[in-house]
Ligand binder design. Structure first.
Ligand code: SF4
Length: 297
């Protein structure tokens, strides 16, 4: 898109699928680190996803929430967007990922083998920014990716259960960022009160491979672990990730460094959630300040 916010994002490394749409991809820090032979992201440790073979993308940057902790800028919107088709996205995903990694060449750090693997991605994380369920053809896009041999992770804020119901990703994530409606309205600042819709989305998780993602913001939503635990239990989600908020991107304009919980705080909170939900602690990654809970079969 040709607009001021998109030009700013382009400078930050976003690659747009079309000049008229906000569909975009951007390799994450871990993708580049893994390419150089460094550590991979916690999703490798938790789920076996190889960071350098993962495309982080979104079919739209629009969103119906204004979460305090969001990395993106919603101070600007994306007017007049034309949705591009799932086929158009699929047709250029590899080429755009290659363009995004064009600063890298085989070297003693970036081995020929790893570089070739990075140019042949296997995973798509629909999680870059924006709310993907606002893209009207999301179910079709996910099916296309799967058909093409990609494993897909879909990360949604859960406000559109009708769309989620039709999506069949390899793993569905729903963000749950409050133990109650009042906190939700304060932290996520939705355009409409969609708390009930999120509850409906959570009820879809028991029958699929799924994860509830809790982003803990110290002083805002790190209370009532029992309520989180009960919602996770009722959802029947396969996993729950309790992750500390990171003071990054545009969220620095809305929050303070002190709102980042320490790993010890995240872990203690996660243990309380696990106890209430009857889930077990399966893994943890202190660097990413995340604890993985798993449903006991
Ligand atoms: S739902 Fe996601 S993209 Fe939308 S404002 Fe919240 S964190 Fe940002």
């Amino acid at each position: 898109m040709h607009s001021e916010p998109c030009d700013a994002l382009r400078r930050q490394g976003y690659q747009f699928f079309s000049t008229e749409s906000s569909a975009a991809l951007k390799p994450c820090l871990w993708c580049k680190r893994a390419l150089r032979g460094g550590d991979m992201c916690y999703k490798h440790q938790f789920y076996g996803i190889e960071s350098h073979r993962c495309v982080q993308m979104t079919p739209t940057l629009r969103c119906n929430q204004r979460c305090l902790f969001c990395w993106r800028s919603f101070e600007h919107e994306y007017p007049g967007e034309r949705e591009i088709s799932p086929d158009e996205i699929l047709a250029s995903v590899r080429q755009l990922q290659k363009k995004a990694l064009s600063g890298y060449k085989p070297s003693p750090y970036v081995t020929q083998e790893r570089f070739a693997a990075a140019l042949d991605p296997k995973h798509v994380a629909i999680s870059l920014s924006g709310e993907p369920t606002l893209f009207s053809r999301l179910p079709e896009l996910i099916d296309l990716f799967s058909h093409e041999g990609f494993s897909t992770f879909l990360v949604s804020n859960g406000t559109r259960p009708d769309v989620l119901e039709q999506c069949r990703p390899f793993q569905t994530y729903i963000s749950l960022t409050a133990p109650d409606r009042e906190t939700y309205l304060r932290v996520c600042r939705p355009l409409e009160d969609t708390w009930d819709a999120i509850q409906e989305s959570l009820s879809l998780l028991g029958t699929r491979r799924s994860a509830v993602r809790i982003t803990l913001v110290k002083g805002y939503n790190d209370h009532e672990p029992g309520a989180y635990g009960r919602m996770i239990l009722e959802s029947g989600a396969t996993f729950a990730e309790v992750k500390g908020y990171m003071f990054l991107g545009y969220s620095r304009k809305r929050l303070e460094r002190g709102n980042m919980p320490s790993f010890a705080h995240v872990k203690e909170f996660a243990e309380k959630i696990a106890a209430e939900a009857g889930y077990r602690i399966r893994d943890e990654n202190p660097l990413s300040r995340v604890v993985l809970l798993e449903r006991v079969q």
